[in-house]
Design a protein around this ligand. Structure first.
Ligand code: ZN
Ligand code: ZN
Length: 208
């Protein structure tokens, strides 16, 4: 069965979620900044603009923690470590796995809801990629990965496109939105192409 998978930056409920996160955990030493989502993300579910007042960003560190979430395959963490270190030059640290809790799941209990996972797992001081074998969704969409723009927490459902997915999601954490070029890693669904690379336009934005 071929299900349509989206690689999603997850925007809906973002304002709410970020406000809640900020009130729970605030670190005074972090330089907060946030991009406002532009209008070219019409394919996203229940699109809502991120309010400039809900400011959040990843710490200015190049250490990335990789952790299993719920049911996961330990060797996958080493696969992701290689992709992230080879492509971005970050230092990856494999951390303990994290058990899931009821609040991370959809109401039927069958899937992990990406928004709730990020809300529960977010730590302002650590850039962390959580890898799971469980079914990952945002709302009604099956997704391979979720994060926010300029955020520091990524959830990935391990599968056939792990390299593309992790490079794409990290692109979001660096401020890249979805790209219209279907061959670009930041295309919303680039299954047909295995370029493993950003288009020139996205590369330019990454260098800024
Ligand atoms: Zn995306
Ligand atoms: Zn692009």
């Amino acid at each position: 069965m071929k299900t349509l998978f989206y690689i999603g930056v997850f925007i809906f409920l973002a304002g709410f979620a970020m406000k809640k996160i900020k009130s729970e955990k605030v670190s005074p030493n972090i330089d907060y900044s946030v991009n406002i989502m532009s209008e070219n993300t019409k394919n996203e579910p229940n699109y809502t603009k991120v309010d400039k007042t809900n400011e959040i960003s990843q710490p200015k560190t190049k250490i990335v923690y990789l952790r299993g979430l719920g049911k996961y395959t330990p060797s996958d963490l080493y696969e992701f470590k290689k992709y992230v270190e080879d492509s971005y030059g970050y230092k990856c640290v494999i951390g303990d796995n994290v058990p899931t809790i009821r609040e991370m799941y959809t109401s039927d209990g069958n899937s992990l809801e990406g928004s709730d996972c990020i809300l529960k797992l977010y730590d302002h001081n650590k850039f962390t990629i959580y890898i799971t074998d469980e079914n990952l969704v945002t709302g009604d969409l099956q997704v391979r990965g979720v994060t926010y723009l300029n955020h520091n927490t990524i959830i990935i459902e391990s599968g056939s496109y792990n390299k593309d997915t992790v490079l794409h999601e990290i692109g979001h954490t660096l401020g890249l939105e979805h790209c219209d070029n279907p061959k670009c890693l930041m295309a919303i669904n680039n299954d047909e192409y295995e370029t493993n690379d950003f288009c020139d336009n996205c590369k330019r934005k990454l260098k800024k």
